[in-house]
Each structure stands twice: as structure tokens, then as C-alpha cells.
Design a protein around this ligand. Structure first.
Ligand code: HEM
Ligand SMILES: [Ca+2]
Length: 615
């Protein structure tokens, strides 16, 4: 385990880049934190296991990718004062309001075509997002709208979202303000830097930190310390038979849960967002069960293994499974399979490169990966064993309230719902409910929020570069006029952009990217695809513990790798629920239910023989 520093500054000058970015010039600020504030860390190069916070993965720059270190900037910060104030248009005027943009460009664009892909695909994306990124808003003032008339508006409340007077949804509520809290900066971590620098508060590698936690203390608190298992709540049936296992619960009044909602259940996991919505809470619960299931099997096989060995070996397998599902099953659908293969995101074996910075980029976290917010459905289906929709809930009615999950057969019914409900087709809009009624809370002034406006505003908060600049760093020609955008954005949308922005150089990254039409075979536009690929390239080639890297102290044996490569999300579902059958490709729903003949017992069995150790 690491303690204090051993930072080799020289190695920072020698970074390698992904093949997706067409530039060799990167912001100098990327190194400021490393030079001025990074703690000294001494690593054990022989450790077989990852640290919880991600440090010591890169032995030359041990803090790369660690929790509580800054986001990477691919391009310079865009602030009107060069430091922290929101960007202005090129003619010095204010940018169009984020909500104004949503109402003019996106709100009425929703259509209802379904895809053959299912809602589980969306949910996997969010689960991964929480593994690699957490940018916390400064919520020391809860409702920023309430402090707009005070003589000195608190800094984090100075950029609330204006609601236009003719807003189609909020019109009747006399709402003029939507609360927005700016994100905490490195100054909150005793490291004031200029321009504003933002910190990732989770381990940035794809390592299951949302399950296990991103610090030693958090990880220990989640362990049972018996037979390698995680702490859990067992819900018992009538005859005291064990029926279901859930993540442990904590009191709602803790910071983990929003006490303003009238709900009972508050789960605990490695990531504070576990309770944010039912689908996310569901995946967390399945992975907790999966961990405990694998730990039991390993312990039965290797009875002399200690709790620590069982826990760490299981954690290692779970991290590998998450990476395997992400790179081999999820990304080819999102980015296109020919593309992922061509650019080495989908390869038989990863060669680790210690010059690749594995950190999460701001462009990725504050915009590009959030483009997939457009996959979120308005409603979730709970589907029974007869494949009938037992009931339906609005996703936004259950934000921060996972109460439904431990009731009746809801775990089974919801996972069947995610698998059997077709997803939202790629489109330049978010669904109506998430665009208007996100976090509808009991507070009198807040009738609802708009995720798309928040995403646009968050981009400005962290000083994201404009759309045109990101296009060019991605090798797409820089537009000189609005009409040059016609290569990627539909004509009608460009006409509206002209009414909103002063010039084409002012268009926000999130706005331009969401309007782009995806290329054949991919689910996102070319600019988004470039930034997503850049990040997933970093998380793969910059991770010394990536599951198929060979020659490291913790590398899997060939036999073990073979087993991991056979596992998909279907195996996880079969091992942790009462479902008997699944589609073979678990991210695709089958409209014809009679064709679902893939039995859990036959097709989704896991054999851990490769982990048997002979003493
Ligand atoms: C299930 C529905 C989802 C809900 C309700 C939801 C909601 C949210 C909210 C409220 C935020 C924070 C906004 C802010 O204050 O800046 C956020 C951030 C984010 N979301 Fe989602 N989201 C969902 C699904 C997804 C999906 C499917 C993806 C990607 C595939 C995704 C990727 C992200 C990312 C990357 C962030 C930034 C994380 C950070 O750095 O803190 N989300 N989401
Ligand atoms: Ca992580």
C-alpha cells in the first residue's frame, strides 16, 4: 500500500497520446497540480492488487488516475477572465441561456422510435460513468435560487440557470430561476490553481470503485471481513429461508441520501450515487451479490485462503469482468465494432504503456459521455415471469428513492424490464421528463430541474472548450461559418443555432455534439465518438492492471483469462437473480419472446476451476 511521495516530474514531459487526437500541444495546466500539490507516494511495485484510490498504478507518476486528483484538460480552459468566470460570446455578449437553448433546439425534437438495443445498455453506461468520474457540485448552499437577491451571492450560486419567460413547461409556475451549483475546485482540496482546476473524487481507472470505494477507509467499511465477502442485508422469507441479498442500508439522514424525499431505503456502496435512480441501484445490488457469490465459490474451492485473499481475488475478477463487458460488449455498440477494432479498443491483448495518462478528461466527463443521457428512457418497466409489464414507473419520480427495489419480486422484474424494454433511439434530445422534472423535490421553490440545461451549464462551469475547437482537435475541419456545420449537423438545427449564438465559434461543445448525426454503425456523432474513444483508450492502455495485460505481478493466467473472456452481463444476471432465461446478447431485447431460449444453466454458467490452488 502506498504512503508518501516519489514523483518523477521528468516523466510528465514524456506523455504519449491516443490516436484520436490531432494535436501534440496540451494545456500546461495539466501538470500544475502534479508539480505543486500532488502528495508524495511510495509504491510497492510487486503488489498484485490495485490500491483503492488508484494511486501506484503508474509507477512513474503514482498519482495519475488516482481519486482526488484533477481532471485532464485536452484543450485550454475557456473563461472570460481566463480563470473562472463563465465564457462570453466572441462579441462580448452573454451566452444564450442553457434552458433557452434546450427549449429552442431540443425539447420538441423527441420521437418515440425504439431500438433493438435495450435499456440495460443505457444503464451499463451510467454504471461505468460512476466508476471513472465524480465531479461534485458545491452544495453548501442547497437552493441557489433562494440567494439571488442577497447583497453578496455565494460564489457557487452565481450562475443559476435563467428560465425564459415563454418557457413551455415552467410558464405557469412563475419560475424564473433553476438552481445550479458550481462544482468544487482544487482550492477546496487546499490547492488553489489557475485557471480553475477540477478534481475527480473517485479512482479514475475502470476498477469497480463504484462497488468497493475509492479509499481504504471506505473499502474497509463495506467489507464483512469474513470469507472475502462484502457486507450485505439479507431479506428473509416466511420460513426464515434466505430469499434475497441487498447492499447494506444506512440511515437516510446521512449525507449518502437526500433526506428531503419521503423514502425509507438508503443503500450504501463504494459510490455515493448508488441511490440516484432505480436502475443504477439495481446494478449495484447485482454486483454486490455477484461478488459474494464468487467469493463463496472461491472459498469452497480454496479453503485455506484467508478473508483478505478471497476478497482481493474476487475484487480482481469483478474489475476484470467490468472491463471485459465494457470493451468487448458495450463499446462496440456505442462506437461501432469495425471502429473499435481498427483503433485498438477491442484487441486480443493489451500492451501497457506507462506514458499514457489514464486520467478522466473534462471534455469527456462534463460533455461527451453525458451525450448518452439521450438514451435515458422516461419510464421503467417492471416485467413479470409471463413477460407482461406488471407496472411502470416514471424514472424521475424515483430519483434518490430506491424504495421499490427490495419489495416483492422487483429485482427480478426490473432487470427483466431493462433487458426486455427497447431503448431510446439515438436522437438530439433528452426525454421530456428528465428535461423538465429531474429531482422534483419537496423544497417549495424547486419544481423540477432539466438535465440537458445542467449539462450545458456544467460545461461552462468547468470552462470546456467550444464545439468548433473540439471538432478540430478530433481531425474534423474547423467551421468558419455556421453553414460549414452542414457536414455533420442538420440544416434546420443550424438555422436555430444562428439565432442563438453570435458566431459559429461560440457554440457550446455539448450543443454542437448532441446535434451531430451519428455515423453508420455508431450511436454517437463523430466529435463525441472521438472524445469517448480517447478516454477509453487511456483507461485501457494506461492501466497497468488492465485485465488482459501480461507480465505484471497480478496478471491473470491464460486459463483464468479464458474464463473471464467468456463472461458477459448475462452471467452476472443469472448468478444473482431468479431469471432462468436471457437473450444471448444481453444488450439486445428480443421482440419475439418465444425465441428466448438461452437457459442460464446451459449458457451463462461460470466455472472458476482456473482459480483452484493446490497447497
Ligand atoms: C439513469 C439515468 C441517469 C440519470 C438520472 C443521470 C443523472 C445525472 C446527473 C444528475 C448528473 C450530474 C449533473 C451535474 O450536476 O453536473 C450526471 C452526471 C453524469 N452522467 Fe448521468 N445520469 C443518468 C445516466 C447516465 C448515462 C447513461 C451516462 C453515460 C452513458 C451518464 C453519464 C454521466 C457522466 C459522465 C456524468 C458526469 C459524472 C461526474 O463527473 O460527476 N449518465 N448524470
Ligand atoms: Ca474507478
Amino acid at each position: 500500500m502506498c504512503s508518501m511521495i516519489d514523483l518523477n516530474i521528468k516523466s510528465l514531459n514524456n506523455v504519449a497520446q491516443s490516436p484520436f487526437l490531432h494535436t501534440n500541444v496540451f494545456p500546461l495546466t495539466n501538470e500544475d497540480y502534479m508539480r505543486r500539490c500532488a502528495p508524495v507516494v511510495i509504491c510497492n511495485p510487486n503488489s498484485k492488487y490495485r490500491t483503492f484510490n488508484g494511486s501506484c498504478n503508474n509507477l512513474k507518476v503514482p498519482t495519475w488516475g488516482a481519486s482526488n486528483t484533477p481532471f485532464l484538460r485536452l484543450l485550454n480552459a475557456e473563461y472570460s477572465d481566463g480563470i473562472y468566470a463563465f465564457r462570453q460570446q466572441s462579441n462580448g455578449s452573454q451566452l444564450p441561456g442553457a434552458r433557452e437553448i434546450n427549449t429552442q433546439l431540443f425539447l420538441n425534437n423527441q420521437w418515440f422510435d425504439d431500438d433493438e438495443l435495450n435499456v440495460l445498455l443505457m444503464q451499463w453506461g451510467q454504471f461505468i460513468a460512476h466508476d471513472i468520474s465524480l465531479l461534485k457540485p458545491d452544495i453548501s448552499v442547497e437552493n441557489c435560487c433562494a440567494v439571488q437577491n442577497v447583497s453578496k451571492i455565494p460564489t457557487q450560486c452565481q450562475n443559476v440557470i435563467d428560465i425564459p419567460i415563454n418557457d413551455p413547461i415552467y410558464l405557469n409556475n412563475n419560475k424564473t430561476c433553476m438552481s445550479f451549483n458550481r462544482a468544487v475546485t482544487s482550492a477546496n482540496f487546499s490547492c488553489p490553481l489557475m485557471p480553475a482546476t477540477f478534481m475527480v473524487e473517485v479512482s479514475q481507472y475502470i476498477d469497480g470503485s463504484q462497488i468497493y470505494g475509492s479509499s481504504d477507509t471506505m473499502a474497509t467499511g463495506l467489507r464483512s471481513l469474513i470469507n472475502g465477502k462484502l457486507r450485505s442485508d439479507i431479506v428473509k422469507g416466511n420460513q426464515n429461508t434466505v430469499v434475497e441479498e441487498f447492499c447494506p442500508q444506512v440511515n437516510r439522514t446521512t449525507s449518502q441520501c437526500d433526506s428531503s424525499t419521503n423514502s425509507r431505503v438508503c443503500f450504501q456502496a463504494g459510490d455515493i450515487r448508488i441511490n440516484q435512480n432505480l436502475g443504477n441501484a439495481l446494478l449495484h445490488n447485482l454486483f454486490l451479490r455477484f461478488h459474494n457469490h464468487l467469493a463463496s465459490k472461491l472459498s469452497y474451492m480454496n479453503q485455506f485462503w484467508t478473508d483478505e485473499m478471497l476478497y482481493q481475488e474476487t475484487r480482481k475478477i469483478i474489475g476484470a469482468v467490468i472491463q471485459h463487458i465494457t470493451y468487448d460488449h458495450y463499446l462496440p455498440i456505442i462506437l461501432g465494432d469495425t471502429y473499435t477494432e481498427y483503433y485498438g479498443l477491442f484487441t486480443p491483448q493489451t500492451i501497457y504503456n506507462d506514458r499514457i495518462n489514464p486520467s478522466t478528461s473534462l471534455e469527456f466527463a462534463a460533455s461527451s459521455f453525458r451525450i448518452l443521457h439521450n438514451q435515458i428512457p422516461a419510464k421503467l418497466n417492471f416485467i413479470d415471469t409471463m413477460y407482461k409489464v406488471a407496472f411502470q414507473v416514471n424514472l424521475t419520480d424515483w430519483m434518490d428513492r430506491p424504495d421499490l427495489l427490495p419489495m416483492g419480486k422487483n429485482v427480478d422484474w426490473l432487470i427483466r424490464g431493462l433487458v426486455e424494454t427497447t431503448g431510446r433511439e439515438y436522437q438530439a434530445s433528452y426525454n421530456q421528463l428528465i428535461s423538465n422534472f429531474l429531482f422534483r423535490s419537496n423544497l417549495p421553490d424547486i419544481t423540477g430541474q432539466d438535465l440537458l440545461s445542467i449539462d450545458i451549464q456544467r460545461g461552462r462551469d468547468v470552462g470546456l472548450p467550444v464545439y468548433n475547437q473540439v471538432r478540430s482537435i478530433c481531425g474534423i475541419s474547423r467551421a468558419n461559418s455556421f453553414d460549414d456545420l452542414l457536414d455533420l449537423i442538420p440544416f434546420k438545427a443550424i438555422q436555430i443555432l444562428k439565432t442563438l449564438y453570435a458566431t459559429v465559434h461560440d457554440v457550446d461543445l455539448h450543443v454542437g455534439a448532441l446535434l451531430e448525426v451519428p455515423e453508420e454503425g455508431s450511436m454517437v456523432g463523430p466529435t463525441t465518438r472521438c472524445i469517448l474513444s480517447d478516454s477509453f483508450f487511456r483507461y485501457k492502455y494506461g492501466d497497468r492492471f488492465f485485465y488482459d495485460v501480461q507480465g505484471q505481478p497480478g496478471s491473470f493466467s491464460q486459463e483464468q483469462l479464458k474464463t473471464i473472456k467468456q463472461i458477459n452481463l448475462g452471467h452476472v444476471i443469472c448468478a444473482t437473480t431468479n431469471l432462468f432465461t436471457l437473450p444471448l446478447d444481453v444488450f439486445k431485447s428480443l421482440h419475439d419472446f418465444s425465441s428466448i431460449k438461452w437457459n442460464c444453466d446451459e449458457h451463462f454458467k461460470i466455472d472458476l476451476e482456473a482459480w483452484r490452488e493446490f497447497k
